[in-house]
Write a protein that binds this ligand. Structure first.
Ligand code: CO
Length: 134
């Protein structure tokens, strides 16, 4: 059912430092920061040949990333995102197997203007999973 790995998201306490580390240290192509108020995050994408790394930094009050950084002050892996062709079919199949979808269970528009869902980490080996319809 799942296709390619779309991205791995890493929450960071210092977006400039993390961008510099990927750009100058690791020699990757890094985008400018983009604020996504609806998601409570500022994102930078590290563009790799075969995937992307999404650097996440809190934006505004009540950012879910702030909660994560409070528990993980040095930052850390926040979620993985897999591509699916039909997000409703994927959701219905997973829910039928007992998996929990976060929020109200309906797809939202994600950072790439495509429908996304998040799945409960307790159902996926302790990892928050994002599904993105491509
Ligand atoms: Co993501």
């Amino acid at each position: 059912m799942i296709g390619r790995l779309n991205h791995v998201a890493i929450a960071v306490p210092d977006l400039d430092a993390a961008s510099k580390m990927y750009r100058d240290g690791l020699g990757a192509s890094v985008t400018d920061p983009e604020d996504l108020p609806d998601h409570g995050v500022t994102v930078v994408f590290v563009e790799l040949d075969n995937s992307k790394i999404e650097l996440l930094y809190p934006f505004g009050a009540n950012s879910p990333i702030q909660t994560f950084l409070d528990r993980n002050p040095a930052g850390g892996m926040h979620h993985v995102c897999y591509e699916v062709l039909d997000i409703f079919a994927a959701r219905d199949r997973l829910v039928a197997q007992g998996a929990r979808v976060l929020g109200d269970g309906e797809p939202k528009t994600g950072a790439h203007n495509k429908p996304v869902l998040f799945l409960h980490p307790k159902d996926f080996a302790g990892t928050l999973v994002e599904l993105e319809q491509v």
